[in-house]
Design a binder for this molecule. Structure first.
Ligand code: NAD
Length: 360
């Protein structure tokens, strides 16, 4: 039977545990589709790009890679990076190449506390915690502007400049995205992360845009918090958070803190969105390629499966996204936990528990 909706998905497992968790995510998504009675299906195309491809060809992806990816409904990504290839080469050659060229300017990173998972946060026992980090994903500190020079002057005379780029349009679109997202949540609040006390140009403009945009959303509470204070707030008063909007670097760091507080980096999901849908959006776990555990079947696939749930939402299947998130909760609640969460389950065990929980 052919499915009434078939989604063409580009899978890029890339490196290390990326391969294991993408395989797990694909299996769970295919099980979901198989149980849909033909309502939808996935047409997967897997691309073997990453550090091994770089070792063979000197490039992280095929020369026409972006052109090829453009035709897909979405991209399902693993993780990039492997010892032997400098991290800035692997990151810029694949993940950032896709994010920047496809203008995937909104990076959504929910911080979810799951049943059966122990948080290092004492507060998690007595408060209902649930917040989402919205990361500006196209400019800021990761704009790639700068250079290294003067090495020719002799030993130890090199100078490096790494500039952050903030545009009013870039700040405004991510802040509006954050406020629109807050309107869909039980707690209508946006907290902006800043460092305008020390960074008097980019971050002061960031604050100005935030104040201006907030005026258009009188029904949404707004506050502005210095990044150092926000790091403390994540630990001490996380119950005050709902949507946290931050620059590329600040959100990158804070979202890792958030996922660690939820129990493990292996749990954290993310969506890199081009909200205008001019390009395919990309869905990936927050974690990296974890060379320390790669190839051992120990990787926690929940971050990748949670990212698949975000992809389902983006593809117009919100009920299926909810089913997948419910299966994740049933799996952790039943104590099927990988080693990073203090359990003994393998990637395979968790994948099987997830498909079983879907009832397929
Ligand atoms: N989005 C990405 O592709 C991305 C993100 C971060 C780092 N990286 C790259 O990954 C490589 C390793 O970086 P790192 O060690 O700083 O970060 P990492 O996220 O790979 O690993 C950090 C720690 O978390 C653990 N961990 C990560 N994912 C896990 C999972 N699914 N299950 C269980 N444990 C997990 C690892 O074992 C490790 O102890 C580097 O090359 C780095 O550049 C890529």
């Amino acid at each position: 039977m052919s499915a009434s909706r078939t989604f063409r998905i580009a899978a890029i497992p890339a490196d290390g545990v990326g391969k294991e968790v993408v395989a797990a995510g694909r299996e769970v998504l295919d099980a979901l589709a198989a149980g849909s009675g033909g309502a939808f299906a996935f047409d997967w195309h897997e691309f073997g790009w990453g550090c091994e491809h770089y070792a063979r060809t000197g490039q992280m992806m095929a020369g026409d890679g972006l052109e090829v990816l453009r035709a897909f409904d979405a991209i399902y990504f693993g993780a990039v990076g492997w010892p032997g290839v400098p991290d800035h080469i692997s990151l810029w050659g694949l993940r950032l190449a896709i994010c920047q060229n496809f203008d995937l300017w909104a990076n959504v990173r929910p911080v979810r506390f799951l049943p059966g998972v122990r948080s290092p946060l004492r507060r998690a026992d007595d408060a209902e915690l649930d917040w989402v980090v919205v990361r500006e994903n196209s400019e800021g500190e990761y704009a790639g502007v700068g250079g290294r020079n003067f090495a020719a002057r002799g030993a130890r005379s090199e100078v490096a400049v790494q500039s952050a780029v903030f545009t009013e349009a870039g700040c405004e679109r991510i802040m509006r995205f954050a406020f629109d997202l807050a309107r869909t949540r039980a707690r209508r609040k946006v907290s902006s992360v800043t460092k305008s006390n020390a960074q008097q140009y980019g971050m002061v403009m960031w604050d100005d845009v935030f104040k201006r945009v907030a005026r258009d959303y009188p029904d949404v509470a707004a506050d502005s918090v210095l990044v150092d204070a926000m790091a403390a707030k994540f630990v001490l008063h996380p119950e005050e958070l709902s949507v946290v909007v931050a620059s590329n670097l600040h959100a990158d760091i804070l979202s890792d803190l958030g996922s660690a507080l939820a129990g493990s980096l292996g749990l954290a999901a993310s969506a890199n969105l081009n909200p205008e849908r001019r390009f395919p959006s990309m869905f990936e776990p927050v974690h990296g390629s974890a060379p320390d555990i790669a190839g051992k079947g120990l990787a926690n696939p929940i971050g990748a499966v949670g990212s698949a749930a975000l992809m389902l939402g983006h593809l117009g299947l919100p009920d299926q996204a909810t089913r997948l998130n419910t299966a994740i909760e049933a799996t952790t609640a039943a104590g099927v936990l990988t080693r990073d969460l203090g359990g003994t389950a393998t990637t395979r065990d968790v994948t099987k528990a997830l498909t079983d929980a879907l009832g397929t």
